[in-house]
Design a protein around this ligand. Sequence first.
Ligand SMILES: [Zn+2]
Length: 405
Amino acid sequence: MTGTAKSPRFVFSPKYVVDIGDHVFPTRKFALAAALLAGAGEFVEPEPASREDLLLAHDAGWVDKVLSGRMALADETLMEMPFSPEVSLAHRLQAGGTILAAEDALERGVGLHVGGGSHHAFADHAEGFCVLNDIACAIAKLLGDGRIKRVAVVDLDVHQGNGTAAIFRGRPEVFTFSMHQESIYPFPKERGTLDVGLPDGTKDDEYLRALERHLPRVFEHGADLVVYQAGVDVAEGDLLGGLRLTDEGILKRDELICASCRRRTTPLVVTLGGGYSADVDRTARLHAATLRMAARSGIGLISYRWNQGHIVEGGVMAEQQVGAVDHFFSNISVSMIKLTEPVKVGDKLRIKGKAGELVHAVSSMQINRVPAQEGKAGDVISLKVEQKVRPGDLVFKVVDPAPAG
Ligand SMILES: [Zn+2]
């Protein structure tokens, strides 16, 4: 380990709470969840997303409507709530909040948003209480900055993440996974990368088995960041959802996502999404439990920023030295590495030397010109790498950081 890990922090603004009348979506759940997390860590307030940031995921016509407040009745009908300058600001703040939390994830391992998850917002219109797609804005911004190359959305709200799927259709670097109740809104479902529709009344065991079955495919995508939409409207008794998860089942769901990210040292950003219990305190408790779980997940890792295969910002990285560069064939960009510890296909290596630093995900290797899945101490493995390395450069494996206590 080098340096000191920065702790995760909670992103929240009191302005997320807006009076929209007597509505199934009680915006005060955000403040109640934040209150439950007081004392569990530092809080930071986001800035409203800028027009430019919103344009990364939305059409100019829609952004102008949201910023000017000039909504047509049809827009509000799809939104399913009354629009106001306060609603506009709240949703711009939430988009800014998910952007900030995603940046936190790259710098702290985990980004925690006490808000966000507006997955029904499309590029050009609102739907289902979702005005601006904060998830899409954050992803588009980090991809555009070159800070990530591949990203996975894990959307476990009871409703399909239709807006997110539509916005990223045809973008193979963004894997959109949604597991939801099949028989409820939205109709029709949009096609994401992986959609799993569950039957009405699905309970904990069946739900968790399905999640375990599908998560490996999501992680095979090799994302540099996972954006989790952790809707708690999967809870039994939810006014809008018809699944039957217990509070304990929801926590197990969250732990599965956190553990998968921890195992792969993949930064994780958590957004809240839906939750419509008749008892708003229960919704807030469930949201707070998700964030507390993620804060303690031990994805303490790593601060590296990808830019054409180079680390452009150092930081904390859990790592273990596994060998040194023995030889480099510059004409074919192949590095030979003498191992002092085992290395296998799928490992992430960091090669440090005079020419700079390189993070390399091992997709294939050879030993004595024969393809191999794994090399052991004493072996000399050959890998194709993305930039020049030199004999003597040290090779580290990015390892699973110890879970926090
Ligand atoms: Zn929902």
